[in-house]
Design a protein around this ligand. Structure first.
Ligand SMILES: Nc1ncnc2c1ncn2[C@@H]1O[C@H](COP(=O)(O)OP(=O)(O)OP(=O)(O)O)[C@@H](O)[C@H]1O
Length: 249
C-alpha cells in the first residue's frame, strides 16, 4: 500500500546547517498494517510522515501509495487516499462550528459532494451512527460547538472525521501527546478501532512506549533517518514492554 524506495531527504542542502533527515530509506507497508514508529528525537519520524503525506518532497528516491507514484504529487492531491491527524486536538477543526458542521466541512474538503453534503439528511444519520460507535455520548450533541468539547473528545472526533471519507491511509503524528493519560487512552482505543473497522493502513508516531507495545501490527524503531529495528506482528508477540524500554537505555 505504501512503498518508499531509496528515499533521501536533506534539509538545508549545501549549507553548513545541512541535516540528513531520511537516509536512503526503503520501506514497504502492506494494506491493513498498523505500523508504530518510535525513535529518539531527530531520528526522522515526522519527516517520514511528511514525505508520505506530501507536505515535503524527497530529494531522491520514489514513494508510491496504492500503486500510484506520488513522489512529486502535492499533498492536496494525495488527500483522497491519505488522512492525517496531528498532536494538537485544536488543529483540524473549527471551534465555533457545531460537531455536525465540522463533519460537513471535512467531507466537502475531500469529496466532490459539495452540493449534497450540506443538506443531506442521510449524511447526518451516517455521522450520528459513526459517532455512536465511539461510545462517548456525543451523538446527542451534534449541534454543540466543537470548541466546548474536551481535548480527548475532539481528538476522537477528528480521527473519525478524517477516516470517514474513504481514505485508505491514516497518518497519526503523536495524536495523544497533548492529552491527559485517560483521554490519551480513549483516543488510542478509538484510533485502533477505526483503523480496524475502516480497514485502513496506518502509521502512528509515538514516544509512549506502552502504546508502542500495546498497539499496532508492526513496530519500527528509527535511528538517523532509517529503520534500526523492524518487528513483525509475529515477532512482536515475543517482546515484553521492558525489551522496548531497553532499546532506549
Ligand atoms: N524543516 C526543517 N528544516 C531543517 N531541519 C529539519 C526540518 N525538519 C526536520 N529537520 C531536522 O531533521 C531531523 C529529523 O527531524 P524529525 O522531525 O523528522 O525527527 P523526529 O524523529 O520526528 O523527532 P521528534 O521525536 O523530536 O519529533 C532533525 O535533525 C531535525 O532537526
Amino acid at each position: 500500500m505504501i512503498a518508499l524506495n531509496s528515499v533521501h531527504k536533506i534539509f538545508n542542502k549545501g549549507k553548513a546547517s545541512a541535516v540528513t533527515a531520511i537516509n536512503n530509506l526503503s520501506l514497504n507497508i502492506n494494506s491493513g498494517e498498523f505500523v508504530i514508529i518510535i525513535g529518539a528525537n531527530g531520528s526522522g519520524k515526522t519527516t517520514l510522515l511528511n514525505l508520505v503525506a506530501g507536505s515535503i518532497y524527497a530529494d531522491e528516491g520514489t514513494i508510491q501509495i496504492g500503486g500510484n507514484d506520488v513522489t512529486r504529487m502535492a499533498d492536496h492531491q494525495r488527500s483522497k487516499w491519505v488522512a492525517r491527524v496531528f498532536q494538537n486536538p485544536l488543529s483540524g477543526t473549527a471551534p465555533d462550528l457545531s460537531i455536525i458542521d465540522n463533519f460537513r466541512l471535512a467531507a466537502i474538503r475531500t469529496k466532490h459532494k459539495r452540493f449534497s453534503v450540506g443538506v443531506n439528511a442521510d449524511f447526518r444519520e451516517k455521522v450520528k451512527e459513526h459517532i455512536t460507535t465511539l461510545g462517548m455520548g456525543l451523538e446527542n450533541k451534534l449541534e454543540q460547538p466543537m470548541g466546548t468539547l474536551s481535548g480527548g473528545q475532539r481528538q476522537a472526533l477528528t480521527l473519525l472525521m478524517s477516516v470517514m471519507d474513504s481514505c485508505k491511509v491514516l497518518l497519526l503524528d503523536e495524536p495523544t501527546a497533548a492529552l491527559d493519560p485517560r483521554s490519551a487512552e480513549v483516543v488510542m482505543r478509538t484510533a485502533d478501532k477505526l483503523i480496524h473497522d475502516f480497514n485502513l493502513t496506518a502509521i502512528l508516531i509515538t514516544h509512549n512506549l506502552k502504546d508502542a507495545f500495546q498497539y499496532g501490527t508492526r513496530l519500527i524503531q528509527m535511528n538517523e533517518g532509517n529503520t534500526l529495528r523492524d518487528i513483525s506482528a509475529e515477532d512482536k508477540k515475543a517482546l515484553t514492554q521492558n525489551d522496548i524500554f531497553n532499546w532506549f537505555s
